[in-house]
Design a protein around this ligand. Structure first.
Ligand SMILES: NC(=O)c1ccc[n+]([C@@H]2O[C@H](COP(=O)([O-])OP(=O)(O)OC[C@H]3O[C@@H](n4cnc5c(N)ncnc54)[C@H](O)[C@@H]3O)[C@@H](O)[C@H]2O)c1
Length: 272
């Protein structure tokens, strides 16, 4: 169930990627907690409900994105390509797209952005390591590189212009963990909501990087450097462990997908 509806208003929030898996979750959960919720995607979305505006536009369309951010106090930026794809596609949506969002934020005086980054920014760390957000990035493909670009871009916009960002390196946010890897990387939808709301409401975040994960027993990530957000996950992958391990009883420890935190992403590409 969505968390408390009694918290203070989140103000005027833009949600990009609103037609996607997580966008649809957050649209429902943020609705009613904002002064205005403007939702956007490149594809068609459900019609606007009370307190909402719906704007269809491509992130690579700079003029449209400039208009999109007008009057917004904060942005939850989920829009973009969310899997490993050819570089030319990733460049448009994730690199030019995120630049357009930050430029529009600068021009309109937006004060804070929650940026949906990814665990694939650090996918080439091993599954027998526990890392934290202060360690160097090790992207596992075009997608991870594009999210690392977004993280660096947002740091620049904080250092130069004071626009605060929380980069959430989302693990695997689905209704349930689908495989053994997701026992470590799972982020429940309720915990996603908690993390996004904490990122929007913490008084000071500066430029913060946090891993988006539930309170899983197995973990590769230490979120201590982001504890000032006040995010406390309340779900865990543990109830799914027996079923996921039964479905995959043997782990091939020579398989790169079992060695690296990226999992199967290490097998994707090249595309030419
Ligand atoms: N779901 C996860 O477990 C997970 C994990 C790590 C990171 N993330 C990140 O969180 C965000 C949301 O993830 P999701 O699972 O909902 O992904 P999704 O693919 O379901 O949604 C992404 C949305 O972005 C839109 N989009 C794509 N290209 C666009 C463009 N050029 N202009 C405007 N909109 C465009 C798509 O139409 C889609 O609705 C993404 O940025 C993704 O990279 C998600």
């Amino acid at each position: 169930m969505p968390t408390s509806a009694a918290s203070p208003s989140l103000g005027r929030v833009l949600l990009t990627g609103a037609a996607g898996g997580l966008g649809r979750q957050l649209r429902t959960r943020l609705r009613g907690r904002t002064t205005l919720l403007r939702v956007s995607d490149v594809v068609a979305m459900d019609p606007a409900q009370e307190g909402e505006e719906v704007v269809q536009c491509a992130l690579e369309d700079r003029a449209a994105v400039l208009k999109l951010l007008e009057g917004m106090a904060t942005v939850v930026h989920l829009g973009g390509i969310s899997t490993e794809q050819p570089f030319d596609d990733i460049v448009q949506a994730n690199i030019i797209g995120v630049y357009n969002v930050y430029e529009a934020a600068r021009k309109h005086g937006v004060r804070r952005i929650v940026f949906a980054s990814s665990n694939h920014v650090t996918g080439y760390y091993r599954q027998d390591e526990v890392i934290d957000p202060t360690m160097p990035v090790r992207p596992d493909g075009h997608y991870g590189i594009s999210k690392a670009f977004g993280e660096n871009l947002s740091r620049f916009y904080f250092d130069r212009y004071g626009i605060e960002t929380v980069c959430v390196r989302i693990g695997s946010s689905f209704p349930e963990p689908k495989d053994r890897r997701m026992l470590a990387t799972w982020l429940s939808f309720d915990d996603l909501e908690r993390l996004v709301v904490a990122s929007l409401t913490a008084p000071i975040v500066g430029h913060t990087i946090a891993y988006g994960m539930s309170d899983n027993t197995t973990t590769w990530w230490d979120n201590t450097p982001a504890r000032h957000l006040g995010y406390r996950p309340q779900d865990s992958s543990e109830p799914f462990r027996a079923a996921r391990e039964a479905a995959q009883p043997v782990v091939d420890v020579t398989d790169p997908a079992a060695i690296y935190q990226a999992g199967g992403f290490v097998r994707m590409g090249p595309f030419e």
